[in-house]
Design a protein around this ligand. Structure first.
Ligand code: 73E
Length: 823
């Protein structure tokens, strides 16, 4: 952890100055006044006044990095799920309280105007949010860092629920402008695509390659300042927008091809139009590969321009100044792109180029799911990036020589490790390319990293025993406790001081109060108030009334079979049945809260959303249930909604099939806010259990080895169906029209996937154990003091999961950076 930080100078800004700045922006930037301004105008004016401080620090940070000529990390990610920035920037600048007061004196409510800000939803889920937490920590720890990604015009779709079904609507986060971003036309890049490669011969007969592109597009950078906690370092997230390259189009235009020129405009501008809504599935679409290349190539050019400003054409220090972290394989095309620049532009020989390249990149793997491991048809590469394909073949050829040395004559291993997958259609394996082209590869939780070594890349681990490593994920406690749960934060400040957001281990000091009745009451009172606030929100969003005294049981994450929202649903149906059979069935009232988006083309995931909503409708309106069960599906789950749900949660559902959730990060956020986990021994749940202790978590289900064993001996879900009456009854229920009046069989696809479909994700195998864990949780909740103690200990023991620790791990194990302080 870095040296102790003081609170920034801005924290002492007088209220009057803040008020004046906001009013000045109302007048001079927005052309309105205090009497006419609506919440949106107040929000914009307030952002503009905050941005003044942000930009001042940004300038100082850039100056300091330039003069110190620091080594910097460049975090390449197709996704940055930033959410809203106002509250975060205010907290990080230390200006939240004063601004709140200043606005109050102007007759404006800060909480209300914060609701005006659209989420920056430039990501699907955990992977994109991780990138956002990481750049927060990098700035907080004064690390020289740039985030690089795509400036999508439309982020992740907005979800509406109509008659129980998910409807996708476009997300238009920039319709009314984004007050945080700065356009940098002075740093535009030009990116070639398509065309052909010409082979030429130099004076000494050496071969030279020249790529004649068929299209050139422009990359226009937008900078989002990233404010570190304490308000000193302000780094940049640079997002590229695609535009038609004007000079190229003029040729077509002058040749009389007005319509063709317009077509090209459209094609160029399509590149950054929309985020692919697939989490953990590889779409294999041409546009996606172009997106990946577009932002990777723009970013590399940007890095090289900056490097050359300091070092001219001398490449010898490149890999000591520049480290590039690949957030999954999405930007892996940057590896052959750097090779192309070094070979064809800088005219380095292969070995020198490879030396530099293979010391520059590091790769984070986020998933073992086969459907998420990216592969591209070689013929698509040939069309879009013909020179890169040649370079990939050469990388592979030289790598195969190494493999031959290690395993002479072993063709099976060669086939497995090759970047090229031979088959009906030749494919480029981006995972293999990433491992071969990087100096470090990391998984995102202990268990995941050990499975990466053991199952995904065992031979690579043999070849390079030092290359594969682990960095367990983390979350920023600034957003995920301080900003989203102000009451709990204030209580913590009162008990242990206010520097825990920078030193999260200090939360451990709360455990001394875990048995203290008064503290328990204070802690649970805040939880209750947060639940009352969420209940109000739920009523507004869904019209459903929920009881804040009930257990708030939360499952919020992307919808995927491996995450097993349907296990949760089957259990809800089982509880409902038990209640119908025995009105005195002993259970604490419970509200089951879901938030989840399904990939638009993922049929079964959408069926699960429909099933949740149909069951909800029935259960919520059944008088016999007597309010003991309520089921709520909150539409359009996103960062800003998570910030409202998490502080109000009692139970955190982390119930993936063991071995399939690489880490999870929602699990950390919920536990940090005092929710108890019901979870499998998967991903970071294992490390959470180690931290909180077995008595403060409800673990159930098969572990990784048991899942593996079960698959080996052959798993037959029908055995469970026929032997467990409750499971049979619940599954059969899905086939009737009980939950879908007049539409029998509307929920049958779920049952089919769990029986005829083979229940790939072991839902039935884990059902009984899950139900037992839920009974234990139910009982524990009945003992108020015991529950309070467990909740407090969860908050107290989450220190490990701050993203500051994760970033420090990256810095030590991989990036080798030095902090660079800013005045
Ligand atoms: O377990 C999570 C992990 O916490 C994992 O599923 C997720 O990454 C999180 C952060 O490490 C993830 N997302 C993707 N792969 N793993 C993914 C794949 C393709 C497209 C978009 C996202």
């Amino acid at each position: 952890m870095s040296a102790k930080k003081s609170v920034s100078k801005t924290a002492s800004l007088p209220k009057k100055a803040i008020k004046d700045a906001i009013v000045r922006h109302l007048h001079c930037s927005l052309g309105t006044d205090e009497n006419k301004a609506d919440n949106h105008a107040w929000w914009k004016a307030t952002c503009a006044s905050i941005q003044e401080h942000v930009l001042e620090q940004l300038r100082k940070t850039q100056k300091s990095h330039y003069f110190n000529d620091t080594r910097a990390v460049h975090y390449f990610s197709a996704e940055f799920l930033m959410g809203r920035l106002m509250s975060n920037n205010l907290h990080n600048l230390g200006l939240f309280e004063q601004t709140d007061q200043a606005l109050k004196e102007l007759g404006v409510n800060l909480t209300d105007i914060m609701e005006e800000e659209p989420d920056m939803a430039l990501g699907n889920g955990g992977l994109g949010r991780l990138a956002a937490c990481f750049i927060d920590s990098l700035a907080t720890l004064d690390m020289p860092a740039v985030g690089y990604g795509l400036h999508y015009e439309h982020g992740l779709f907005r979800q509406e629920i109509k008659n129980g079904e998910q409807i996708e609507r476009p997300d238009s986060w920039r319709d009314y402008g984004n007050p945080w971003e700065i356009c940098r036309p002075e740093s535009i890049q030009e990116i070639p695509l398509y065309g052909y490669v010409e082979t030429k011969y130099g004076e000494n007969g050496e071969i030279k390659k020249e790529w004649h592109p068929g299209l050139i597009v422009k990359g226009l950078p937008w900078d989002i300042p990233v404010v570190g906690y304490g308000g000193k370092t302000v780094n940049v997230l640079r997002l590229w927008q695609s535009q038609a390259s004007s000079y190229f189009n003029w040729d077509v235009f002058n040749a009389g091809g007005y319509v063709d020129a317009q077509k090209e405009n459209v094609q160029a501008e399509t590149i950054s139009k929309v985020l692919y809504p697939n989490d953990e599935t590889e779409a294999g679409k041409e546009l996606r590969l172009i997106q990946q290349y577009f932002f990777s190539a723009c970013s590399l050019k940007d890095i090289i321009r900056r490097y050359k400003r300091a070092h001219g054409n001398n490449w010898s220090r490149f890999s000591s100044q520049v480290v590039i972290q690949l957030n999954d394989t999405h930007p892996a095309i940057a590896i052959p792109e750097l090779m192309r620049i070094l070979l064809d532009r800088a005219e380095l020989d292969w070995d020198s180029a490879w030396q530099i390249c293979s010391k520059t990149f590091a790769y984070t793997n986020h998933t073992l799911l086969p459907e998420a491991l990216e592969k591209w048809p070689a013929r698509m590469f040939e069309k879009i990036l013909p020179r890169h394909l040649e370079i990939i073949y050469e990388i592979n050829h030289r790598f195969m020589v190494e493999v031959e040395k290690m395993w002479p004559g072993n063709n099976a291993i060669k086939q497995k490790l090759s970047i090229i997958e031979e088959g009906n259609e030749k494919m480029i394996r981006m995972g293999n390319l990433s491992v071969i082209g990087s100096f470090k590869v990391n998984g995102v939780a202990e268990i995941h990293s050990s499975l990466v070594k053991k199952n995904l890349f065992p031979e690579f681990d043999k070849m390079w025993p030092e290359k594969l490593t682990n960095v367990t994920n983390g979350i920023t406690p600034r957003r995920w406790l301080k900003a989203c749960n102000p009451k709990l934060s204030a209580l913590i400040d009162e008990k242990i001081g206010n520097d825990w957001p920078l030193h999260l281990d200090k939360l451990e000091q709360l455990s001394q109060f875990a048995d203290n009745t008064k503290f328990q009451k204070q802690f649970m009172k805040i939880k209750h108030e947060n639940k009352v606030a969420l209940a109000k929100e739920v009523l507004v969003l869904t019209g459903i009334e929920i009881n804040p005294k009930a257990i708030f049981d939360v499952q919020i994450k992307r919808l995927h079979e491996y995450k097993r929202q349907h296990l949760n649903l089957l259990h809800i149906m089982a509880l409902y049945r038990r209640l119908l059979e025995n009105p005195n069935y002993d259970m604490q009232p419970r509200v089951f809260i879901f938030g989840a988006k399904a990939a638009p083309s993922y049929k079964l995931a959408k069926d699960i959303i429909y099933a949740i909503n149909q069951v909800a409708d029935k259960v919520n309106n059944d008088k016999r249930v007597n309010g003991k069960i309520k089921v709520v599906f909150l539409p359009n789950y996103r960062v800003s909604l998570a910030e409202k749900i998490i502080p109000a949660a009692d139970i955190s559902e982390q119930i993936s099939t063991a071995g399939l959730e690489a880490s999870g990060t929602g699990n950390m956020k919920l536990s940090l806010n005092g929710a108890l986990t019901v979870g499998t021994l998967d991903g970071a749940n294992i490390e959470i259990a180690e931290e909180v202790g077995d008595e403060n978590i409800f673990i159930f289900g098969l572990n990784v080895n048991e899942v593996h064993e079960l698959d080996k001996v052959g798993y037959n879900p029908f055995d469970i169906y026929y032997n467990n009456k409750e499971i049979k009854a619940v599954l059969d229920w899905l086939e009737t029209d009980y939950f879908t009046p007049g539409k029998p069989g509307a929920l049958a696809s779920l049952k089919r996937s769990l029986l005829e479909g083979g229940d790939q994700y072991k839902v039935l195998a884990d059902f009984e154990s899950y139900s037992d864990a839920q009974q234990k949780a139910n009982k524990a909740f009945g003992d108020k003091s015991r529950w309070a103690k467990m909740a407090i200990l969860n908050t107290a023991r989450m220190g490990k999961f701050t993203s500051d620790r994760a970033i420090n791990d990256y810095v030590e194990k991989i990036w080798k950076l030095q902090p660079c302080t800013v005045e």
